[in-house]
Design a protein around this ligand. Structure first.
Ligand code: DAH
Length: 356
């Protein structure tokens, strides 16, 4: 008998390799185990080295048997590798598992602020009556906020508006202010378009200005019906023959559309503003609903003063018309039945969510 290991030894080798692999429970340990059997100094390699001492026939059959054993060991190794990988993946999936049955976090639906809603509505209604919509600065020069509106320095009418001044002077050496009303937009808008209108008139074409300018305004004021920041909408309609009658029709139609009712009447009450002559407050009265029977003041208004038309760069002989300035907050309070203006600006979600 030769001293060569019988195939039963190989069976034993495959068996012990398979066992060793099975005991490896990390990829690193499995690689160590692989080296013991298949590495350069591993047991299979050692057997291969022993082949050199054999005769040619034995070498052939023994070589084939060793190769077979080697393949079996490799197969066992690969199976174990795969098993470890599968286990790791399974563990990872387990750790990162999503509980899809958990209810999601609901996203609260926001809504437009009631003032924004009123503002948008005002723009829509006036746009439908052919009015342009303009926007301008909230930090305003003395000229636009007062002087061009026929309200020069030291004029007593200036004290009608308690003004926030900014620590910065304009070119005339007058301090800038937070605009106390949207009326400066009359001058800004008309001036910006004055050349176009003059040219149209020179060609003998009819030309007119029809604009509203909604926006934020500021005064030193704070109570249930006044806030230091509030909103106004300015209106201006100038043309060859625009009269108080047009103002009344326009404003009444606006109110009917804004409040969505025909049960509404309007009156003018004489008033004073430096930039209009004559001037009037506009009051409205509902004939039904919770506010029925009360006259409610909603706007200042008047026929634009000729000096103001001149300050716009227009000829008061050719351009006549009306202006108005209404409180958007006041209109919103009436439309939504809110009795304290401050509620609009406190940001209380219990109040605001009612308007979603
Ligand atoms: N600007 C005035 C104010 O804030 C309101 C006003 C009155 C605007 C008459 C006008 C107007 O355009 O013609 O008190």
């Amino acid at each position: 008998m030769t001293a060569i290991a019988e195939p039963s030894d190989l069976t034993e080798l495959v068996h012990s390799a398979t066992q060793r692999f099975a005991r490896s429970d990390t990829p690193a340990d499995l690689e160590n185990a692989k080296a013991q059997f298949l590495g350069k100094a591993g047991r299979v390699t050692e057997l291969m080295k022993g082949l050199g001492q054999l005769g040619i026939d034995e070498k052939k059959s023994r070589g084939a048997a060793i190769n077979q054993a080697k393949q079996a060991i490799e197969a066992a190794l690969n199976a174990r590798r795969q098993a470890l990988q599968d286990a790791e993946l399974a563990q990872q999936l387990q750790a990162e598992a999503l509980d899809v049955s958990l209810p999601g976090r609901a996203r609260g639906m926001g809504g437009l602020h009631p003032i924004s809603r009123a503002w948008e509505r005002i723009e829509q209604v006036f746009a439908s009556m052919g009015f342009d919509v303009a926007d301008g600065p909230e930090i305003e020069s003395d000229w636009f906020n007062f002087t061009a509106l026929n309200n020069p320095p030291n004029h007593p009418a200036r004290s009608m508006q308690d003004t926030f001044y900014v620590d910065l002077n304009d070119e005339q050496g007058q301090p800038y202010c937070l605009r106390t009303h949207t009326s400066p937009m009359q001058i800004r808008y008309a001036t910006a378009h004055a050349k176009k209108h003059a040219a149209a008139l020179a060609r003998g074409e009819m030309s007119e200005i029809r604009v509203i300018a909604p926006g934020r305004t500021y005064r030193v004021d704070n109570d249930a019906t006044h806030s230091p920041m509030f909103h106004q909408v300015e209106g201006l309609w100038l043309g060859e023959n625009v009269s108080f009658k047009d103002l009344k029709v326009t404003y009444l139609n606006f109110c009917k559309a804004f409040f969505e009712t025909d049960e509404l009447s309007l009156r003018f009450r004489p008033s004073y503003f430096p930039f209009t002559e004559p001037s009037a407050e506009i009051d409205i009265q509902f004939s039904s609903g919770p506010l029925a029977g009360k006259w409610l003041e909603v706007s200042g208004s008047g026929q634009v003063h000729p000096q103001v038309v001149r300050n716009m760069g227009l000829d008061p002989e050719r351009f006549i018309g009306f202006a108005f300035g209404s409180g958007i907050d006041r209109l919103a309070m009436l439309r939504y039945g809110v009795n304290d203006l401050r509620l609009f600006f406190e940001g209380d979600i219990r109040f605001l969510s009612q308007f979603r």
